[in-house]
Design a protein around this ligand. Structure first.
Ligand SMILES: [Zn+2]
Length: 356
């Protein structure tokens, strides 16, 4: 079954983790033996080969670079210009992978349909994976002119915030409403028909954005506060307004967002009983609130600064996303609903967003 994964930090892995995603997961892991500069060394789950194996034919892939003002508790670049330059390096990697036939950019209805038909019919072993470009945290947009430039090179979704205080919006573990820049950003995104990614917006910014942004909203990788109580997760009220807005929410695979009381670098998925059933619990919670299966899908965030050491233990590589359909079936989900969750909901969303 075709799977669409709406959140992968592919370029971050390539350009900050120095992972050559053209290699096998095994080889990428071996190359990292003895390294301890990142918490997930030797535990990566994503490569182009594994995406193909998992029939994950379309992904939403990020550019990501934070700005950290003096006193910001989170690490980040010391100027917006540096953050912009970082995202441009990431863009250059996506372009290089396009030149090598690994990736192809999907940015409108036409390219979406062409890619889906190609993915369906092509028999070759090394199929080109489609990617939609998104920006996680808007700090790197030095000015709104940069937003227009980004739209020109294919940027189609933006999450204004990431962790902590941001230049446009405050994110996870922060509070406070958006400033004038944030509201201007939303207005300009709406004009350009760029999708608002509600993921990582702090509660204050989230509700403000719901009032001020009238375009298409999704949440690429977000779980439920009712299951693991943390501000990174959506409350039921937030999920309900997203459903009202016809949003789709991607279930995320980071273990601490799936099981309560996870302790970083200490807990293990097995001892915490963190398996794919916990992902299904989140999917199911959203379906129960919606009364249908139209508003939840997959946004795994695999290898988003965590790998095997901090994701469901029944995930060895991202190809194991293919285990989800049978787990949904066991819970009583109908085939049509399973199709929706694995790919149909993202496609319906994109067709609606890009249709006019
Ligand atoms: Zn994230």
């Amino acid at each position: 079954m075709l799977i669409i994964d709406a959140h992968l930090d592919l370029a971050m892995n390539a350009m900050e983790w120095n992972r050559d995603l053209r290699q096998s997961v095994d080889d990428i892991r071996k190359r990292e033996a003895g390294m301890n500069d990142k918490p997930d060394r030797g535990n990566g789950t994503v490569s182009f080969e594994e995406l193909r194996k998992g029939n994950i034919g379309l992904v939403v892939a990020t550019q990501i670079a934070r700005y950290a003002a003096p006193g910001n508790p989170f690490h980040g670049w010391h100027s917006p210009g540096q953050a912009w330059a970082q995202t441009q390096g990431q863009l250059a990697w996506y372009k290089a992978m396009e030149e090598e036939g690994e990736l192809m950019q999907v940015k409108d209805l036409r390219s979406l349909d062409i890619h889906l038909a190609y993915w369906d019919n092509d028999e070759s072993e090394r199929k080109t994976i489609g990617y939609i470009l998104s920006l996680e945290g808007a700090d790197s947009l030095v000015t709104l002119d940069h937003l227009h430039r980004a739209y020109e090179y294919g940027l189609r979704a933006i999450g204004p915030a990431h962790y902590g205080p941001g230049r446009y919006a405050n994110g996870t573990d922060a509070t406070g409403k958006m400033n004038e820049n944030g509201l201007q950003l939303l207005k300009e995104m709406e004009k350009l028909n760029i999708i608002l990614d509600a993921t990582h917006l702090c509660d204050d910014a989230f509700w403000q954005a719901m009032d001020h942004f009238h375009g298409h909203v999704w949440a690429s990788h977000n779980n439920c506060r009712a299951l693991v109580d943390h501000n990174r997760q959506f409350s039921d009220d937030q999920i309900k307004i997203l459903i009202e807005r016809d949003a789709v929410i991607g279930a995320a695979f980071d273990a601490w967002m799936l099981v309560p009381n996870w302790i970083r670098k200490k807990s293990t998925p097995r001892e915490m009983n963190c398996d794919l059933e916990k992902v299904i619990d989140n999917v199911d919670h959203i379906c129960q609130l919606a009364g249908n299966t139209d508003h939840v899908a997959i946004g795994s965030d695999l290898d988003g600064a965590f790998g095997r050491e901090q994701c469901p233990y029944d995930i060895e590589t991202i190809a194991d996303l293919q285990k989800i359909p049978s787990l949904l079936k066991k819970r009583g989900y109908a085939d049509e609903s399973i199709n929706n969750i694995m790919h149909g909901n993202w496609l319906r969303f994109l067709r609606k967003a890009w249709g006019n």
